[in-house]
Design a protein around this ligand. Structure first.
Ligand SMILES: [Fe+2]
Ligand SMILES: [Fe+2]
Length: 347
């Protein structure tokens, strides 16, 4: 369950500007009244040395916009990501599974709530974020634009989609934007429980009947393409401003390599086949293997045209899921109106 206090500072105020190099913890000189260029330079020095930025700190507009865009997309994905799973709550095979799935869905909505709060602090009202999401002006992750056809999809989503997400999210626990980094600590803890739940669903099916095993394989065959697209195309580290400012820590290819290194052996160990004949680990090149060891995963290039089509809301379920959100937003408007209404004076 979401703990609304999770966004409260976990660290003492003086530690919130802590820098790994042990530099002065309390000095935030770029907040002083200085000419823009000087301020900008001090801000950069602080961020590049591993310091955190807090909501009340001065920050360049480009930094504020970049963090906001990143966190808003993340919040949208948590919110829209529950819809494929929600469809299976009433169809879960046992009461235990139904409880676990309900708890996961509740966690994900809680993640959206926490992240929208982080984004709001950066200056965009929540209603404006919903307006933009529902109008198709902002995006959510590709994997949530696809249908869930069988119970095995629920296992594959919780196990592998959440795993691909946690690879990225773990790297965000060290984001330069303090509230985001702290929120990710809580989210990662819950995501790791989701992964265990998903793996348990998959393992149960894989140790069941032939048709159950076939159902998991069929689900993996459908989800592999979107999973490989999920982190996005390769990009140039030196041109990525989100990396420069430590809003995020790893490139899309580094994340994909890490996901493959951890999960390919786990998928194969269960007797599943990965639907990519070109997938192999090349020990001679790259640095994508275990920490410090050379090596890189080779794979069939993901279908980037499909990714573009899907994330611009032309995926198989994009419109249906957005429409569901529009209808439920309208249907629950009275709750917000009642809660947010000015208290009336009692005569
Ligand atoms: Fe989540
Ligand atoms: Fe999750």
């Amino acid at each position: 369950m979401t703990d609304p206090r999770a966004l409260d500072p976990i660290l003492a105020p003086r530690d919130r500007t802590d820098r790994p190099d042990g530099a002065d913890r309390t000095a935030r000189p770029w907040n002083d009244d200085l000419p823009h260029d000087e301020r900008y330079e001090l801000f950069e020095v602080h961020v590049l040395a591993g310091g955190k930025i807090e909501p009340n700190d001065w920050m360049p507009d480009e930094y504020r916009t970049a963090v906001l865009r990143f966190v808003e997309m993340h919040a949208n994905s948590e919110l829209m990501g529950v819809l494929p799973e929600r469809e299976w709550i009433m169809r879960a095979p046992t009461l235990r599974r139904k409880l676990a799935l309900t708890a996961k869905v509740q966690d994900e909505v809680g993640h959206a709530q926490l992240l929208y709060r982080v984004a709001e602090d950066l200056g965009k009202p929540r209603e404006a974020m919903f307006d933009d999401l529902l109008a198709g002006k902002t995006k959510f992750h590709n994997v949530f634009h696809y249908p869930t056809r069988t119970w095995a999809d629920i296992g594959i989503i919780a196990w592998l989609v959440d795993a691909a997400a946690i690879v990225a999210q773990q790297a965000l626990r060290d984001s330069s934007y303090g509230p985001y980094a702290r929120t990710m600590q809580k989210i990662c803890w819950e995501e790791s429980v989701h992964i265990m739940h998903g793996r348990d669903v998959v393992v149960t099916l894989m140790t069941g009947t032939d048709s159950q095993r076939a159902m998991v394989q069929e689900a993996l065959d459908r989800w592999w393409g979107p999973l490989m697209q999920m982190h996005g195309p390769r990009s140039d580290r030196t041109k990525d401003r989100d990396l420069h400012w430590r809003i995020k820590a790893k490139t899309s290819e580094e994340l994909r390599q890490e996901f493959l290194t951890i999960y390919v052996p786990r998928i194969l160990e269960l007797g599943l086949t990965i639907p990519d004949p070109a997938l192999s680990f090349d020990k001679a090149t790259g640095e994508g293997g275990e920490a410090g060891e050379p090596g890189e995963w080779r794979y069939t290039d993901p279908d980037w045209a499909e990714l573009r089509t899907v994330v611009t809301n032309h995926g198989p379920m994009s419109e249906e899921r957005l429409e569901f959100r529009r209808v439920s937003r309208e249907a629950t408007a009275w709750v917000r109106a009642a809660i947010l209404a000015e208290p009336r004076a009692v005569a």
